[in-house]
Write a protein that binds this ligand. Structure first.
Ligand code: SF4
Length: 350
């Protein structure tokens, strides 16, 4: 077996920042930390924090007054912020800045009276939060059928926004329908589907056709992980999403000579490394690492966290949080003396 290890993959800067927030608060404050919703959509991340005493809940009325409450990377609606305030909770906002950007767009367009078509999954926490900014003005478009049937007040005053973790394939098809039906429809000022989603999907789209199977590490509620598996399947390559190494199905890997391994934006790198080790031990896998430029993205720790820490007399962190899964992997492989072959991002050496 040859394993093709995707790059970029795994933690994005937004997830790294949100995880860092909960980690630091847990380590520094001598009190229980509450988090609204899963901090990121990964079972292992949540379980590890629960083991350290972090409480994940959406029942704000059950949180003791005055507690620290972290809003997850997916963002929350103004209603949730209001409830937290009414309960005198010390809110720390770990919303990814790229989600906050979409909230800002929703607020701006609603103010000038545009109909907003939000392309995304209605039950996803991010969409629930964004929609909450202007519930009367936002309609969620989940499918091509929705795009075909949606009616707006004025077809000349309509804008579309998208969930940050959508499949670029699906979004494109839906946007084409909306543009056909509403030729004057406005696009968001910058792409809403974020850099991390685009880059991870781009690798799968480019390489899926060169391999026999695709393994995606990520949880079932992780939108971008599920999309990665879909994108491979759409290109005719069997794909499987797994939470961790224990879920690898040997039947799935039967006769597979080349396997692409990738991870959703909320999947920790150690889970990827366990999968690689398993494939080396059980399939004598040789490792090829896609040699792509790193993702230069850094997010500041939230000002609300600095405020909470300062009030308790703790040091105020100023640095930004970034992540480079490729460097982490190469350090690990060098440390463990794991041989790997760099593969150009154009697939030239495949
Ligand atoms: S996937 Fe994109 S929007 Fe979501 S946390 Fe990561 S960078 Fe932010």
């Amino acid at each position: 077996m040859r394993v093709l290890l995707a790059n970029p993959r795994g933690f994005c800067a937004g997830v790294a920042m949100a995880v860092e927030v909960v980690d630091r608060l847990t380590n520094v404050l001598n009190e229980p930390i509450y988090v609204y919703h899963d901090i990121v959509h990964n079972r292992h991340v949540v379980n590890r924090f629960e083991a350290k005493g972090v409480v994940f809940t959406e029942a704000i009325n059950t949180i003791p007054e005055g507690s620290v409450l972290v809003f997850s990377a997916h963002g929350v609606s103004p209603e949730v912020r209001k409830q937290a305030k009414l309960r005198n909770l010390r809110a720390v906002d770990a919303t990814c800045p790229l989600v906050t950007k979409v909230h800002g767009e929703a607020i701006r367009y609603a103010k000038v009276g545009l109909d907003i078509l939000l392309i995304g999954h209605a039950e996803h926490q991010e969409v629930i939060g964004t929609r909450g900014e202007a519930p009367g003005d936002i309609r969620v478009i989940e499918s091509e059928a929705d795009a075909e049937s949606v009616e707006v007040k004025d077809p000349e005053r309509v804008v579309y926004l998208t969930q940050t973790t959508l499949s670029t394939d699906d979004a494109e098809r839906i946007i084409m329908i909306l543009k056909r039906r509403f030729p004057q429809i406005k696009a968001p000022p910058g792409e809403d589907i974020c850099y991390a989603t685009t880059n991870r999907q781009g690798v799968v789209a480019k390489f899926a056709q060169h391999v026999d199977r695709v393994l995606v590490i990520g949880s079932s509620n992780s939108s971008n992980s599920v999309r990665l598996a879909e994108i491979a399947e759409n290109r005719g390559t069997k794909a499987m999403r797994i939470d961790d190494v224990r879920e690898i199905d040997s039947n799935f890997l039967d006769n597979a000579e080349r396997v692409l391994v990738t991870a959703g934006a909320s999947a920790p790198e150690d889970l990827v490394q366990q999968v690689i080790s398993h494939l080396q031990s059980n399939y004598s896998a040789a490792i090829d690492v896609i040699d792509a430029p790193g993702e230069a993205m850094e997010f500041a720790l939230p000002a609300t966290m600095r405020k909470v820490l300062a009030a308790e007399g703790h040091e105020i962190p100023r640095e930004g949080i970034s992540i480079d899964a490729d460097r982490v992997t190469r350090d690990w492989m060098n440390r463990e003396s794991i041989a790997f072959t760099p593969i150009t991002s154009e697939g030239g050496m495949l």
